[in-house]
Design a protein around this ligand. Structure first.
Ligand code: PLP
Ligand code: COI
Length: 359
């Protein structure tokens, strides 16, 4: 790893004041990591350098054909002041899978993890101390071959940046969702399973429609039958059926069109640890509406790295509007949220071996 330190790195007081502001993606740490790949030479040596703008030729492939992927992961302050990452190998694996789908080079897991460690060793002071807050780490990679021919790029640039993250949503308020029947996020054989920028670009018009309907987020349904609930704009979904200790916590099955969320996967285990039954099932819009009406579905929540666990209240669509429970965050939702946060912040024993200490 080449190291070029930032001569203008923020002093501790300035940095702590920025971290204390919370929010998501407002400020970035003092450094970033870059690593070049070319078909000829493979991966070069990564470099940690001052955070700052990059310069690219206007004919660089990514600007024209969108060959880009990213990841999202978090580092948490531990009770002893050290820093740990939550399941970073899972992000490394998904990054490689996304790369394969976008015809980008697969970065070796060890190299990916080395870059994350290097950034945290340098910029660890940016990891917040409060529970529910963390340092959000954004690895990404894009095509850098210059030229307008439509072909897999023979050059790519990997970059890693980080931003202090408070709450993406206020967990004490339920998120309202717009079930989009007009637009489609992903179909079999498409890029739904990959974390590529194009998926998000294509989703923004639906997000705009959701906002126009007074909703916070979009819910996507399947492309073929137009009835199976898949996921949200940047989160997976969970439904709680029944209540108390006999509740079952279910999430839409991974059919190849949903992003396989690491939080989603973790919650399947956390919910079991808490004594709930769990299931991965096909859930239709009718199941949602009828389940809410009959009371069988008692709680709904969204989950993801940025959002952690956020209650979902009102659902709106062209078929009408319905509200889960009393529209307030559910008991099981908050229990799962707190159990996950306790693991991430190191206040309970990490029985799943999910946390990875930064050396
Ligand atoms: N679904 C989409 C479309 C996302 O963007 C995200 C966020 O990363 C998720 C689900 C949740 O995935 P994870 O829990 O790995 O962050
Ligand atoms: C994440 O949770 O990491 C996401 O990517 C969601 C959103 C910020 C795109």
């Amino acid at each position: 790893m080449k190291i070029s330190l930032n001569p203008h790195a923020k002093d501790a007081a300035t940095r702590d004041a920025l971290v204390a502001e919370g929010g998501f993606g407002k400020y970035y740490t003092d450094h970033m990591v870059v690593c070049e790949w070319s078909e000829k030479e493979g991966w070069g040596e990564p470099e940690l350098k001052p955070y700052g703008p990059i310069s690219l030729d206007p004919a660089t492939a990514v600007f024209h054909y969108g060959q880009e992927i990213f990841e999202g992961m978090k580092a948490y302050r531990q009770p002893d002041g050290s820093i740990s990452l939550f399941r970073p190998e899972a992000n490394a694996k998904r990054f490689a899978k996304s790369a394969a789908r976008l015809a980008l080079p697969e970065m070796p897991e060890a190299l990916f993890l080395e870059t994350v460690d290097a950034l945290l060793q340098q910029d660890g002071g940016w990891v917040p101390n409060k529970v529910g807050e963390s340092l959000y780490i954004r690895p990404f990679m894009f095509a850098t071959e210059v030229g307008l021919g439509v072909r897999p790029s023979n050059k790519a640039l990997y970059m890693l940046i980080a931003t202090p993250a408070g709450a993406y949503f206020d967990p004490s308020k339920a998120v309202s969702v717009w079930i989009s029947t007009e637009y489609v996020r992903a179909a079999q054989g498409g890029t739904g399973e990959a974390k590529c920028g194009g998926n998000y670009a294509a989703s923004l018009v639906a997000q705009k429609a959701a906002a126009k309907e007074g909703c916070d987020q979009v819910v996507w349904i399947d492309a073929i039958e137009r009835k199976w609930v898949e996921e949200m704009g940047g989160m997976n979904l969970y439904f709680v059926k029944g209540s108390g200790s006999s509740a079952t916590v279910v999430t839409p099955k991974l059919t190849g069109t949903l992003l396989p969320g690491i939080t989603r996967d973790s919650i399947l285990s956390v919910a079991k640890d808490l004594g709930y039954k769990t299931d991965e099932v096909m859930i239709s819009i009718d199941d949602w509406r009828e389940g809410v009406a009959s009371g069988e579905i008692s709680e709904i929540f969204a989950c993801g790295t940025a959002a952690v666990v956020s209650p979902v209240g009102q659902a709106k669509s062209v078929m009408g509007t319905w509200v889960t429970g009393d529209g307030q965050p559910g008991v099981i939702t908050m229990q799962i949220r707190n159990a996950l946060l306790a693991i991430q912040h190191g206040t309970v024993v990490d029985t799943h071996n999910w946390m990875s200490a930064v050396k």
